[in-house]
Design a protein around this ligand. Sequence first.
Ligand SMILES: *Cc1c(COP(=O)(O)O)cnc(C)c1O
Length: 382
Amino acid sequence: MIPYGKQDINQQDIDAVIEVLKSDFLTQGPMVPEFEKAVSNYVGSNYGVAVNSATSALHLACLALGVNKGDLVWTSPISFVASANCAIYCGATVDFVDIDEKTYNLSSEKLLKKLIKCRENNTPLPKVVIPVHLAGQSCDMQVIHKLSKEFGFKVLEDASHAIGAKYKGRFIGSCEYSDICVFSFHPVKIITTAEGGLATTNNDFLAEKMRLLRGHGITRDQALMTEKSHGPWYYQQIDLGFNYRMTEIQAALGLSQMKRLNEFIELRSTLAKNYDNRFNKLEVVTPFQNEDALSSWHLYIIQVDIDKHRRVFKELRENGIGVNLHYIPIHLQPFHKKITSKKYFLPNSEEYYETSMSVPIFHGMESEQQEKVMSCLGEALQ
Ligand SMILES: *Cc1c(COP(=O)(O)O)cnc(C)c1O
């Protein structure tokens, strides 16, 4: 099976991991801060906080932004479930903003309409909005940022797909239009640490808060303590945190992968162009690209005629093409139906689910593999 995505590990990555295994620290050593610095320098943010997954990073980000019981958090239904779960962990209620029919990202127009409706009906506004850069293409961050000022919510970018992607000339993660931005390093994403995630921010309070909560809410900083130190062993737990730490092994792998990020993005862009050229001759919708966004091409999502979609998908799988569907709309998941009686009206998201599929794209994909995907799709569409 040609997978829809997978990691690329070279000798340099392997050597970096082995070196850590032979060193004094497997956790809480020098590699995590070094990895954090590498990512924040690359994307152009003041701070980077590395954790054991993007899900953990999203959870800490929600906590740092003050998401609490009774608060409202809005996100896109076309995302991985973690984009919504992070708010539910904090006791918040999640609601969804429908997607744009061209980019499949959370629609900034629908967001505006929904915000105005809240204001008119005097119903609660969201505390945080979580735009998701689907496939690696940025949402309309400038517009979302402007709305956040006007309606008083915080912006948390779920950039799990989007390390190395750009928006208006700057890397996603620079937080020019958000409070916090989160990356995932799961093996199918752009770079990997096996499991791992990282939050970037320019706000020192938010960075400190996420650091504190990553490690049990424990501090060794006298300035934060409630009384004088009892001695050199002393620490205080000043908040309820978690063990969300990234290991040194993961950070070393991440640091090595960061050096290859430009190369990863370049090859993914080339693969995407090859698909564009070929698929434009077929009866499929190729990924629309906003001119102010440069995608990292985590996914290459096509749309197929609704009447053919299920058959084409099945035929491709039978032919060893690991097509996938990103994503089942979150509001249709049994868990969400269980926790709310709300009737959602998200027609673009539900139509997207009937027509879209992700075709394989990953670093190290060979031209014969890509050729096979293209010819099999051509045949399946006949
Ligand atoms: C992968 C992914 C996550 C979760 O990332 P983990 O590192 O596996 O926790 C969250 N949101 C989106 C959009 C993702 O694709």
